[in-house]
Write a protein that binds this ligand. Structure first.
Ligand code: 13P
Ligand code: SF4
Length: 310
């Protein structure tokens, strides 16, 4: 850490105490943010942990839909975010009006929404899922019920394949980071590192997933690489997971494949957050998540339906 980073970190820890705040950080956050967090996790863990912590304020370092979920689960607490423009391409691909139009046309479908959706879309859904439990959530729905799975096409196709379910319609949304990982680049990486195993997030395209030795959520990928007897891995997800990988398995080697959008494997939305913005939001309690009681109550039902699955 540089001197500026150290003093910023001290300021943040001081403010955190004053505000009685808990800092939650997704695995895709910059390392210096992860180092200050009370909890680092994938979207399912962060939703659960948000409820288990005491304190008046939740400072959510991730993207907007994750902070919305934290607010829905903690309606009486103040939820703040470092940057309100930290969005998600999957959320943008799924406007609530289109979901309502679909429901109107196909009222018999059970709506399974990935957690990467807006609160308004969650309010229209029957059950939420994350990359960690999507297969389990779909399996919990009676086999004769048709399903609308939204909004990630790659996760939807993966779930369809894993469950062998035919009566599932899949939205056409995609993650700008994972959907642009190319199989040809993974093939190249495997040629360069012939002893490495491949771990991939299910938002990757099917030809990438076909080459994976393990498919799972961000925490799933980290746990699998850390506990596996092997010591070299090609990791097909956002490079922020390096923080936990190197901390928990310092002797192992991890290789990241660049996606087609940039010479990196970073989510531009997640990377909008910074230590300065985290300090500022703890100081001013802005930007603050505000949702109507009605939306929170309606969106909570499908989240609780997911959390009730063990
Ligand atoms: P996780 O549920 O694995 O944390 O994924 C969230 C996400 O946004 C992946 O791009
Ligand atoms: Fe959304 Fe993709 Fe960024 Fe995850 S990595 S927050 S799915 S844009």
């Amino acid at each position: 850490m540089t001197t500026t980073t150290t003093s910023l970190a001290e300021e943040i820890l001081e403010l955190k105490k004053e505000r009685r705040a808990v800092i939650l950080a997704h695995h895709y956050q910059e390392s210096e943010i992860q180092e200050l967090a009370d909890v680092i996790g994938d979207s399912l863990e962060l939703s659960r942990k948000a409820q288990q912590y005491d304190g008046d304020v939740i400072a959510f370092c991730g993207v907007w839909f994750m902070a919305e979920t934290a607010k829905i689960l903690n309606p009486d607490r103040t939820v703040i975010v470092p940057d309100k423009d930290a969005g998600c391409s999957l959320v943008d691909s799924c406007p609530v009006e289109q979901v309502r139009a679909f429901k109107h046309r196909y009222p018999d479908h059970v709506v399974v929404a990935y957690i990467n959706t807006s609160a308004a879309v969650k309010a229209e859904s029957d059950i939420i899922c994350t990359s960690r439990n999507a297969v389990q959530v779909v399996q919990s729905i009676p086999a004769d019920k048709p399903i609308l799975f939204l909004p990630d096409i790659n996760l939807g196709n993966y779930v369809k394949k894993e469950t062998g379910r035919e009566n599932i319609r899949i939205w056409q949304g995609a993650c700008i980071v994972h959907a642009t990982f190319a199989a040809r680049k993974l093939t190249q990486a495997r040629a360069e590192h012939p002893n490495a195993l491949v771990a991939a997030h299910p938002e990757c395209p099917p030809d990438v997933l076909k080459m994976a030795d393990y498919i799972g959520s961000t925490s799933g990928i980290i746990d699998w690489c850390v506990t596996h007897s092997h010591d070299e891995f090609i990791v097909m997800t956002e490079s922020g997971v390096q923080h936990s990988l190197h901390r928990r398995a310092p002797g192992k080697k991890f290789y990241f494949v660049h996606n087609e959008n940039c010479n990196c494997s970073e989510c531009p939305y997640m990377k909008r957050n910074s230590l300065e913005k985290l300090r500022d939001c703890l100081q001013t309690l802005e930007p603050r998540m505000e949702l109507s009681r009605e939306i929170m109550e309606r969106a909570r039902r499908p989240i609780d339906a997911m959390l009730a699955l063990k």
